[in-house]
Ligand binder design. Sequence first.
Ligand code: PLP
Length: 442
Amino acid sequence: MVVLFPYAEACDCFSLPGGVDRLRMEAKPHDSEDSRATSHNSRETELLALADRHLLGNYRPARMVLDRGEGSQLFDTEGRRYLDFCAGVAVCCMGHGHPILSRVLAEQAGQLMQVSNYFFSEQNVLLAAELCEATGFDRAFFCNSGAEANEALLKLSRQHHHQQGHSERTELVAFEGAFHGRTMGALALTGNPRYQEGFGEPLAGIHHVPYGDLEAVAAKMGPRTAAIFVEPVQGEGGVLPAPEGFLSGLRELADQHGALLMFDEVQVGMGRTGQLLAGSAVRADAVALAKGLGGGFPIGAMLLRESLSESLPPGTHGSTFGGNPLGSRAARTVLSFLQEAGMLKQVRTRGERLGRGLEQVAQKHSDMCLGERGLGLLRGLMLREGLAARDLLPVAREHGLLVTAAGPSVVRFTPPLVVSDAEIDEAVQKIDETLTDASTRA
Ligand code: PLP
């Protein structure tokens, strides 16, 4: 029998009563004559035509329509099977269709979905308490996405100093290659001119310096600095872990200058790197979470220290849906899944297996690859200059593997945290085939 949720070996309560074999049997061979021939006038053709007509063209989605998922596998409307090493971009940590997550969400939807922030809800209060207990932070604010979590951090940074009588402290230090989201504040922190073009003047007072360069940070710090914003591992920037001593160096600089230290753990938090929080070795003042927090249900959070508990007084910030009971129940389920004995260790060992496999692939295709890097189940295959990661994605898809690009030259692997050894080996084989295929086409 195929073990779909491997962590179930360590944890009975999350086990799945079989079912994947049936899906595998139903799945059509990838890219077969049969599946391509029948795609004419298929459900896929109809849906793509509707998408072309009615969806805003701000994305460039692949020309297929995903229909259902189970564990680390996805199936499109034509029955083609994909190994999902995207997982909603580091979101679906419990895999697709997890029986516990689906059941509790269905239960909660029938009980209570939304109450607004005029009232408490049991699920939200318990989530706040459990997240604080698990991470060592003291207070939580909830929202719906990563960008919103960073907006909250940004507003907190400035409002905190304002409340202390230092309204002049509005400047922020952030990093080149960072990604913090697409709302105007988060976009200003992101600092990528390509994403900012056409949107007018970005928020003032934000300095971007090279990631890992403490001297460059020190040069921008001063009496007007409100906070430093950093990803403990740059995700979109190319799967780049912080160099040794960098985060602790930032802590020292923030303390020297009376500024706050903010960690954006939207992509790397909630177990992705094999730790509950990737930057937990260094004490941040506040942290942004989203993506994996709800396991696929949209929820974001800002966790902060007691010393900041008065920094956003009533009326200064809020969100209608933030902390709704449905999202809170999803996040509580994810948190208890991550707290199962051995779960985070398993992420680390599976991550090492994936890293080893990718390193071998990089060596075999050394004409195209420079190597691999990453932590836990966030890994990147680095391509040589002149090769675009984006160009490999459709080839990988033809081989039945879904991966994403992180920056121009890194192919990113973010499978569900429940991915099995066998699925990792299969993905490594598929990326090997992808590179072989791409080199013969070039
Ligand atoms: N911060 C980081 C580190 C991210 O990786 C992302 C998304 O990729 C965001 C913020 C923005 O999150 P969202 O797309 O949920 O707004």
